[in-house]
Design a protein around this ligand. Structure first.
Ligand code: ADP
Ligand code: MG
Length: 683
């Protein structure tokens, strides 16, 4: 990747679409030299062609002499354009891995020149030189295409910051983000990219998350807010305290994911690699047979059949196939990451294309996971549902104490419920959480938490937790998730919280159905009433409530068993209480912004902006990518077989062969590059 694209200047210019568009799409120096060499060779070739065809050579050198002169003048563009190919073929032989396209090309073209030794056939030097020339044109094009798609991934991945501004001796200094430790403070100026995940300690600003999510939605960040690395700070100066080392920050994780994605090959992709390994020796053998058998057995003209064999070799070059299939996957993965959908490998892209069942976790996936406290009811004081809005009501005196105990018991939990309870407690005017007063904390997935607060045994959780502790809980008429609280084995009351369904959740389900997903399922550990109301509002086909984390795995196992052979099951979750399910599903999809690190680790696909509607987009992109990959396979193989047969029959000459080869390669590459065009593909 060019160093220039990472210069501080580029980051300062906003790094947005405008800056990206201005950057010229450059070839590497090597490609420029390569291109120039091809142009020179083309010019030399044209001169040679004119000299030969105009009869100038014949006039100068007489009849046998003109052939040798032609040989010499075609050899020049041939060597100029193809010396490196011949060298590579030679190196392949030395390394005992001879069967690649360089060898095919070298044999075919040298053979065409060598035909001068067969007086029974016309000279084929022009073809030999032309094959090498156009082969190189095709190769250059390929290299450019691969480079471009790599670069556009790098561009979009141009989220890697080069430096962090750290205060040293009263002066701001630019240091390597790697050198910033957790707890260090750094300054992000407007226009700069946030280098490391952290919490704002000073200042307020709008941050643009486009690089991570594909959507330009400025988000406001003020004191105490978390900011994610890779986002661009737009308006104000922010001082941020690092909460993670650079290596574990969002940016590093994304870059790692994308870099590793090409290691995980789709079956289609590895099929092609294996195919090429067998195919090349086979066609080389066939070509040898075509060249040798008919003259030996039937006394046919050597020159003619050797030429057919050589033509066969030119046609058989598998470049189009070998390059365009991985390029399609590369494009699909790169394109979707531009939309904030990180697919960890070609194999997952392939699986996504076959998804027909999508299973959702509720909290944090279909709902925001930011609960509002709608009621705090100490034992014996649970009123009937309030009319109209669900604002917290004026509670009896010890409601504050109930909330305080609950918030302390939840002090160390990462569950969205816990965060909401803590938030509600602080908002109600509670003093900062006194961690010294808390001990013996234990969290039970799908149940709740228990802890010792101020020497009292506090339980916070659902009625299952209460039942386990032999505490009789009191029902509540408010709709929502109910957190019962027990103190020293006695029921103390409950806190009612309500979650909000994500704005695009209903649309996400509708789009999945429209994309042909036959079944959507919701699994949740929450109460049946809450689950049913969410499921029916969203149009989910099947809903299972009151599940423990293990029950979720069982449900997914059951659904997996019911899958048709070709169907794949995707599970979408936030990793809280559901990481095992993420691993178990054919495709685990995690919410990246909200989700835990464990979820991002366990998942195969990560949605950077937590929008469930991106799932349908991911499925559509993967289907189109697969379709394009298969179009290429069928098209390239079809044309190959056709021209191979024509070559064996002596109908196709080398000109046709080279155009078939380079033409197919270029068409296949152009087709593969459509995969990058995700905006269109997601529709
Ligand atoms: P979901 O399947 O909706 O994501 P979970 O499996 O994470 O929900 O949790 C299921 C239920 O377990 C919650 O609705 C809640 O009643 C209870 N629970 C889980 N964790 C906690 C916690 N930290 N505090 C209180 N209750 C909890
Ligand atoms: Mg959950």
């Amino acid at each position: 990747m060019s160093k220039g694209s990472q210069a501080p200047g580029a980051a300062a210019s906003g790094g947005g679409a405008a800056a990206r568009a201005k950057r010229p799409s450059v070839m590497t120096k090597r490609q420029v030299r390569w291109r120039n060499r091809i142009i020179v060779a083309l010019a030399l070739f044209a001169c040679a062609l004119v000299l030969e065809r105009s009869g100038a050579l014949a006039a100068l050198f007489g009849t046998p002499g003109d052939v040798y002169a032609a040989f010499a003048i075609y050899l020049v563009p041939y060597l100029v354009s193809g010396y490196d190919v011949i060298l590579k073929a030679f190196k392949g032989i030395v390394n005992r891995e001879p069967f690649d396209e360089h060898l095919l090309m070298t044999i075919a073209t040298l053979g065409a020149f060598a035909l001068v030794l067969f007086p029974d056939t016309g000279p084929h030097m022009a073809e030999g030189a032309a094959v090498m020339l156009f082969y190189q044109v095709g190769e250059l094009f390929q290299s450019y295409a691969v480079g471009r798609s790599r670069k556009s991934i790098a561009d979009m991945m141009d989220i890697a910051p080069d430096y962090a501004n750290v205060m040293r001796d009263g002066r701001l200094e630019q240091v390597d983000p790697d050198e910033v430790a957790v707890g260090d403070e750094f300054v992000v100026k407007p226009g700069e990219r946030i280098p490391i995940d952290g919490v704002v300690t000073e200042g307020s600003s709008d941050v643009d998350t486009a690089a991570l999510t594909g959507e330009s939605m400025p988000r406001h960040a003020g004191e105490g807010d978390e900011v994610v690395s890779g986002c661009v700070n737009m308006t104000g100066v922010l001082t941020v305290r690092a909460t993670k080392p650079f290596g574990e920050s969002t940016v590093s994780r994304i870059l790692e994911l994308v870099e590793n994605a090409s290691d995980k090959k789709a079956r289609t992709e590895s099929f092609i690699t294996r195919f090429a390994r067998v195919y090349t020796p086979v066609v080389t053998g066939l070509a040898a047979l075509i060249a040798v058998v008919p003259p030996l057995l039937f006394g046919l003209a050597w020159g003619d059949w050797v030429f057919r064999g050589l033509t066969f070799l030119v046609v058989s070059c598998p470049c189009a196939l070998v390059i365009s299939v991985p390029l399609s996957f590369f494009g699909g993965i790169g394109g979707s990451s531009r939309m904030g959908i990180l697919i960890k490998g070609g194999n997952y892209l392939e699986a996504l294309a076959h998804v027909d069942t999508v299973v959702f976790d509720k909290t944090g996936t279909l709902t925001n996971g930011t609960f509002e406290v709608v009621g705090v009811h100490p034992a014996g004081a649970c009123p009937a549902p309030a009319e109209g809005d669900a604002a917290p009501e004026a509670a009896p005196a010890d409601a504050d104490e109930l909330l305080r105990l609950a918030a302390h018991a939840e002090a160390f939990s990462t569950h969205p419920i816990a965060a909401s309870v803590r938030g509600a407690y602080l908002k109600s005017g509670g003093a900062a959480i006194d961690q010294g007063a808390i001990s013996d904390v234990s969290e039970r997935g799908g149940h709740g938490v228990s802890a010792r607060v101020d020497g009292h045994e506090v339980l916070v959780g659902n009625d299952r937790l209460m039942a386990q502790a032999d505490v009789t809980s009191q029902p509540c008429e408010l709709v929502g998730t109910i957190l019962h609280v027990a103190v020293d084995g006695a029921y103390a009351g409950h806190i009612v919280i309500a979650d909000v369904v994500k704005p695009d959740a209903a649309e996400a389900i509708a789009r999945l159905h429209a994309a042909g997903v036959s079944k959507t399922v919701m699994l949740t550990g929450d109460r049946r009433e809450v689950a049913d109301s969410v499921a029916s509002r969203l149009g989910i086909d099947e809903c299972h409530a009151q599940l423990l984390p293990q029950d979720k795995v069982d449900q997914v196992e059951r659904l997996l068993a019911a899958e048709p052979a070709k169907g794949r099951l995707a599970f979408v979750g936030d990793g809280i209480n559901d990481a095992p399910v993420l691993t178990r599903a054919d495709v685990g999809i995690a919410m990246g912004a909200m989700g835990s690190d464990a979820a991002i680790e366990a998942a195969d696909v990560v949605l950077m902006d937590d929008k469930p509607s991106k799932i349908a987009a991911a499925i559509r992109i993967s289907r189109k990518t697969m379709r394009i990959a298969w179009q290429n396979i069928v098209f390239a193989l079809g044309v190959k077989v056709l021209v191979l047969v024509l070559a064996a029959l002596g109908i196709a000459n080398m000109w046709m062969a080279v155009f078939a080869d380079v033409g197919v390669a270029i068409l296949a590459i152009l087709n593969a590059m459509r995969c990058m065009n995700v905006a269109k593909m997601a529709r």
